[in-house]
Design a protein around this ligand. Structure first.
Ligand SMILES: Cc1cc2nc3c(=O)[nH]c(=O)nc-3n(C[C@H](O)[C@H](O)[C@H](O)COP(=O)(O)OP(=O)(O)OC[C@H]3O[C@@H](n4cnc5c(N)ncnc54)[C@H](O)[C@@H]3O)c2cc1C
Length: 461
């Protein structure tokens, strides 16, 4: 039966045939059926992507009934999950057994497959994102055949994020060899096959001692790279017009957890919303922007209510999902460019005749080795700008994209970027390898849609 499917933000919708598979054989059968009838097929996790990357006019596989933790191997330090498992649930499952993912941050609602497929980065330069922790996958190609991929380091049972330092297999292996597939297909944008299960490296559970405070952006600019490299977790929020920012800095600790009291969590959330102008007003003319809800002077109030400090276990570091109707533009820039890129955005926002005050989030990550990961091969700063659906944000996002291009930025795949394959191929040194694997896994474009056509071009068999 056809239904109208909408993503979480409500800005993408399509008439689809929605299926809810519960087993891998069902996944395979549905892929086989789509291929034999020439119908396109996409999978969707939590639907948090606000780009059109999960849209299809064919079959949409909802993975909400395919999200179990399959096993936890304490000796190998690996967890295996079905593709639709939620980050929050898996993180809690691991914490209850003394383990954690090395990367921190992210939304509890997102699925592990959705996060890996889009290059989830984590929030600290001492750990790469989830795709770097993947040690094996079961990946279904466009004919319904299951490929078992594995990291070259997996056979010796290496734990931690072993995949990160692995040499890539380059041109010397066939596009369907397990190691080559593994190397290329983790951040596959849903275009290299359907992920059925994932095995990921875990580490012993840890806590982060985090300090949340209001900082001057100029001061953050001075010490940013040091702050990023001397800590395990760094997130900054501000508004495009403000001079102050809300910063959370964390270091691993072995102190017992002292979860933030609920009142502190609520106070922090309120302050961060005010400082970033989240939920800020818009005047009637959609091209004009309302004033910040908190003036610079009054933000000193916020300074007095902070800092707060706590020792958080990894489930407590997950972010709430954005409110319905919020859309984002995100880019990864080389770590050293982060604050210059942020300042360029601030300057652009202030110099307009009609200054804009959009919420901005900044976080950092180590480089990773998935060819199409926004953090591929470089420590990165991640800058995300948020707006409400219905606002005239296209022109604003367009201006920010031009700034990001000047800072060697690579778009976060799941956000509302407008880059095309012609622009993107120059940003990814291993683009051709990705395309070779795509041609092998999906020669007829079963997993293609308008997004992959724009960003990747047609599959070449
Ligand atoms: C509040 C919030 C916080 C975030 N924090 C971070 C962060 O800290 N770091 C970071 O890097 N990113 C972050 N993100 C981005 C987030 O990781 C991505 O939006 C991710 O795609 C969300 O997962 P999802 O389950 O909603 O994926 P969806 O939006 O459902 O899908 C995304 C893509 O993955 C594909 N896909 C899904 N499942 C499969 C499958 N089984 N096989 C093949 N393809 C599949 C879909 O077809 C689609 O193309 C954040 C996003 C939000 C909303």
């Amino acid at each position: 039966m056809s239904v109208i499917w909408r993503n979480r933000a409500g800005n993408q919708r399509a008439l689809v045939e929605l299926r809810h598979p519960t087993t891998e054989p069902e996944l395979r059968d549905i892929v086989g059926e789509a291929a034999s009838h020439g119908r396109p097929l996409k999978a969707v996790g939590a639907g948090l992507a606000c780009s059109d990357m999960a849209l299809t006019h064919g079959i949409l596989l909802s993975l909400e009934d395919y999200g179990r933790v399959v096993s936890l191997d304490a000796e190998r330090m690996e967890v295996t999950v079905q593709a639709g498992a939620r980050l929050g649930e898996v993180t809690r499952h691991l914490a209850g057994r003394g383990f954690a993912f090395e990367s921190t941050g992210g939304s509890a609602a997102q699925t592990i497959a959705g996060a890996v497929a889009t290059g989830f980065s984590g929030t600290g330069t001492r750990s790469a994102g989830l795709s770097a922790a993947v040690t094996g996958m079961r990946l279904i190609d466009a004919e319904g055949v299951v490929h078992e991929t594995h990291s070259p380091l997996r056979s010796n049972g290496a734990g931690g994020s072993g995949a990160r330092g692995a040499p890539h297999r380059g041109e010397d292996t066939a596009p369907d060899s397990p190691e080559r597939l593994h190397d290329v297909a983790r951040v596959g944008l849903g275009a290299l096959g359907l992920i059925s299960t994932l095995t990921l490296a875990v580490v012993p559970a840890f806590k982060l001692h985090t300090r949340t405070e209001v900082r001057d952006i100029g001061e953050l600019l001075e010490g940013f790279e040091h702050l990023a490299s001397a800590n395990d977790h760094l997130e900054i929020w501000c508004s495009t017009g403000s001079e102050t920012a809300f910063a959370r800095v964390g270091r691993r600790t072995h102190e017992p957890a002292t979860a933030r009291p609920r009142s502190t969590v609520l106070r922090e959330r309120l302050l961060s919303d005010l400082l970033t102008n989240r939920g800020g007003t818009r005047s009637r003319n959609a091209n004009r922007w309302g004033p910040p809800r908190l003036s610079e002077r009054r933000s000193s109030l916020a300074v007095r209510m902070l800092p707060t400090e706590s020792d958080d276990a990894s489930p407590d570091l997950l972010r709430p999902e954005p409110s319905n109707g919020e859309v984002e533009l995100g880019y990864a820039v080389p770590l050293g460019e982060t604050m210059d890129a942020l300042l360029a955005i601030q300057q652009w926002a202030r110099q307009r005749d009609d200054p804009v005050h959009l919420p901005v989030a900044v976080w950092v990550s180590d480089g990773d080795d998935s060819p199409l990961s926004p953090s591929y091969g470089r420590k990165s700063g991640h800058i995300r700008i948020r707006a409400s659906r219905g606002w005239a944000y296209e022109e604003l996002f367009g201006a920010v994209e031009s700034i990001m291009a000047e800072h060697d930025g690579r778009p976060h795949w799941e956000t509302l970027h407008r880059r095309t394959s012609d622009e993107l191929r120059g940003l990814y040194p291993r683009w051709a390898e990705f395309q070779a694997v795509r041609g092998h896994m999906d020669p007829t474009g079963v997993f293609a849609n308008a997004y992959t056509e724009r960003c990747l071009g047609s599959p070449a068999s």
